[in-house]
Every structure is written in structure tokens, then in C-alpha cells.
Design a protein around this ligand. Structure first.
Ligand code: ADP
Ligand code: MG
Length: 267
């Protein structure tokens, strides 16, 4: 059974794409079958996966517009070995085209059905907005993974995100849950970061991953080489943290998938 996760937070720069790419690589490195779906028109996950953007001929855009099957749009991330549904800037226009389509929120979910069984994990990198693309990701997902940068204002946007998750749950995907809250860009010397981390633990409890992603320059450098950090500097604290997150997620997957579609612990 596969576990589909939407990596989402409408705030930009919190580490969604970094998490999507490095987690995909770390899960693959642990012999999991992984598909990474780039749902951001900026295509950062596509480039960070070692794909030359101008060379992308078919992308998630055509899939969402029912012009192409997922199979025909898939490419392999060569350095890391996971499959990728790439995006290009066309996706920005696609979002507007979708507005007039019937079932516009279900497009990704429907498209993924035929390939789902081939993967253990499907990770969806979301854009920094609560728009139709993000709703598509939430509807296609079993659960959401929420990266949070431990800084001032970090918690402010979370209630809007939780409201959106609740809306999607009520109308489109009743079993949508929270796979986990991930502390990213963490600097343990920073007192404010510790305070925000404490607030997250107080509010989300066991839903917060034990793994904390440190601020690490290797994570910021790796995309310019088209590599996940694991293949750029395996020993770096960033690469090691995402490997640890992969381990924790595989553990959670066992509980999640065994518990069936609506486990209370994921609320
Ligand atoms: P988002 O997808 O949420 O907008 P990104 O993953 O693109 O966020 O991260 C924003 C910026 O911060 C990028 O330049 C990225 O390389 C950098 N970054 C993300 N996580 C880390 C980290 N743990 N340590 C250092 N830099 C990071
Ligand atoms: Mg991003």
C-alpha cells in the first residue's frame, strides 16, 4: 500500500521543497519506491532533482488538464533514483485553466490512481499558497506533512492551513490527516526557535516529528548541483537529518497503514 503525503504550508521559504526532495532521496536510499510530484510552478523540486527545466517536454500541467497520463509524464531523477512528475512555469497558467473545469480539485487524485500501487511513498511538493493546486494535492493525499520554520510568525499561518485541511476533509477527502509537523531550518542556539518549538509541541504533541532539521548550508547548496544533499554531502547534518526523518516516517507509515483510513492519532 502506498502512502501519499502533501508537503504543505502556504508560507514560502519554510523548507517544503527542501523536505520534498531530500526526503524522497532518503526514502529511496532506504529501498522505498518513491514518486515525487512537483505541484509548484516554480519547479524548484524539479531542478533540485537534477532535471534541466528547459528539457522538460511534458509535465504535471498536461496531466492535470487530462491531456496526458502520469505514465507518459514521469521521468527518473538520475542522481537519486526516484520517479518525478516535473513541473514547469506552465503550471501557473494551468491553475487558471482548471478554474472552469468540472472536478477541478480531483484532477491529481484521479491521475495518480493508475500508478499508485507502484510506490511506497508519493510525496507532493506544494506551492506557497492555498490555491487550486494545493487543494488538488490535499485531495490526492492520505495525509499532510507540515514543515514549520521555528521563527516569529511561524504559527500565524498554521490556523489558516488547518482550516483548509478541515474544509477538504468535510467536502472532498474525509480521511485526510496530519502525518506530522516538521521543525525545519532549526538553530538550537536561537532562544526564539526553542520557544516556537515548545509551542508546536504543546499544540501538536506527538504529531511533531522527533527529527528536527537543522539549518545547514549543504542543504542550501545542493540544489545548485541538481542533487539531494544525500548525494552531495552524505555526512552533512542536513543529509543525516533527512535520513533520520525517512526512518521515522517509515515507522509512522506502518502504524498509519495498519490503522486504516481514519486513525484518531492522526487528528
Ligand atoms: P519552500 O519550498 O517552503 O519555499 P525551500 O525548501 O525552497 O522552501 O527553502 C527556502 C530556502 O531555504 C532555499 O534557498 C533552501 O535552499 C533554504 N533551506 C531550506 N531548508 C534549509 C535548511 N535546513 N538549512 C539551510 N537552508 C535551507
Ligand atoms: Mg518550494
Amino acid at each position: 500500500m502506498s502512502w501519499t503525503l502533501a508537503i504543505t504550508n502556504q508560507k514560502g521559504g519554510v523548507g517544503k521543497t527542501t523536505t520534498a526532495v531530500n526526503l524522497a532521496a532518503a526514502l529511496r536510499d532506504r529501498d522505498q519506491r518513491v514518486l515525487l510530484v512537483d505541484m509548484d510552478p516554480q519547479g524548484n523540486a524539479t531542478v533540485s532533482s537534477g532535471v534541466d527545466k528547459p528539457a522538460v517536454e511534458t509535465s504535471i500541467s498536461e496531466v492535470l488538464l487530462d491531456e496526458l497520463s502520469v505514465d507518459r509524464a514521469l521521468i527518473r531523477s538520475e542522481p537519486a533514483g526516484y520517479d518525478l512528475l516535473p513541473s514547469t512555469i506552465d503550471l501557473a497558467g494551468t491553475e487558471f485553466q482548471l478554474v472552469t473545469r468540472i472536478g477541478r480539485e480531483m484532477k491529481l487524485r484521479r491521475a495518480l490512481v493508475p500508478v499508485m500501487a507502484r510506490y511506497d511513498f508519493i510525496l507532493i511538493d506544494c506551492p506557497p499558497a492555498l490555491n487550486t493546486l494545493t487543494i488538488n494535492a490535499l485531495v490526492a493525499a492520505n495525509d499532510v506533512l507540515i514543515p514549520v520554520q521555528c521563527e516569529y510568525f511561524a504559527l500565524e499561518g498554521l490556523s489558516a492551513l488547518l482550516d483548509t485541511i478541515e474544509q477538504v476533509r468535510l467536502s472532498l477527502q474525509p480521511s485526510l490527516g496530519i502525518a506530522g509537523v516538521l521543525r525545519t531550518l532549526y538553530d538550537s542556539r536561537n532562544l526564539l526557535a526553542q520557544q516556537v518549538s515548545d509551542q508546536l509541541l504543546a499544540h501538536f504533541g506527538a504529531q511533531v516529528f522527533s527529527t528536527v532539521i537543522p539549518r545547514n548550508v549543504r542543504l542550501a547548496e545542493a540544489p545548485s548541483y541538481g542533487l539531494p544533499a544525500l548525494f552531495y554531502d552524505r555526512q552533512s547534518s542536513g543529509a543525516q537529518a533527512y535520513d533520520e526523518l525517512a526512518r521515522e516516517l517509515i515507522e509512522r507509515a506502518r502504524t498509519r497503514l495498519a490503522a486504516g483510513p481514519k486513525p484518531a492519532s492522526f487528528r
